[in-house]
Design a protein around this ligand. Sequence first.
Ligand SMILES: C[S@@+](CC[C@H](N)C(=O)[O-])C[C@H]1O[C@@H](n2cnc3c(N)ncnc32)[C@H](O)[C@@H]1O
Length: 252
Amino acid sequence: MIPEITAYWNTRIHDLEMTDAPVGTRAFFDDLDDYRFDKLHYLPRLVDFAHGFGGKTVLEIGCGIGTDLVRFARGGAQVTGVDLSQTAIDLARKNFKAHGLTPVDLRTANGEALPFPDNTFDVVYAHGVVQYTSDPAQLIREAHRVLKPGGQAIFMVYNRVSWLNALSKVMKVTLEHEDAPGLRLFSIAEYRAMLTPFAEVQIMPERFPVKSRLHKGWKGLVFNTCFVGAFNALPTAWVRPLGWHLMAFCRK
Ligand SMILES: C[S@@+](CC[C@H](N)C(=O)[O-])C[C@H]1O[C@@H](n2cnc3c(N)ncnc32)[C@H](O)[C@@H]1O
């Protein structure tokens, strides 16, 4: 299925519709960074791109256009990025150039068969990637293999038992990239079982409903005016496991 997944991501740029700036310009990358970190405001709180990885070797699997990898590099990490998609890697190179940064290595590669020796990186990061690959457990094993002993892996997959999955079914709204070949959602238990190669695993559900410019019409109005407020008024202990993003912080 890897050729189908590659073909899909070669013709799609994640969040492309959120900017009018010409593709590949500094304004384009800045708009997509703004949109991403507005939507995912939990991310820099949990992953301290600016201060947490200075001097470390970081591999991002499925780096896309390099939005997060640029943040790691700005924080002083020595970054390597791989993605199946040539389109993504070409844009990631432009992104680094637009920011006056130099990655150690950016290239197309399959996260299920990484072209790196064992025990190479201090950190391996894959945000929104494991759920789109052909054999998620194999990608996790490869991340573990290339990580140094004691190194940290950070993953994010989508939660099947989540508010967004339930809402999309009730409101008949499609999820982002729902048509991507190979997409699968995980329960927390399934995710934990897949992460068994790691000595330590901490799973944190994140991404709770916030008002969105993506949802339009009456469905958008109901979502933005009723659902977001009602959900966020519920006790945290009830809603916490229902986050759409399952972040995992793992130690080899
Ligand atoms: C939803 S996008 C996420 C991109 C980026 N991580 C982000 O959060 O913006 C999924 C990316 O994973 C990449 N991908 C999927 N399977 C992969 C694999 N086996 N190896 C490398 N990249 C993969 C796709 O090409 C695509 O760029």
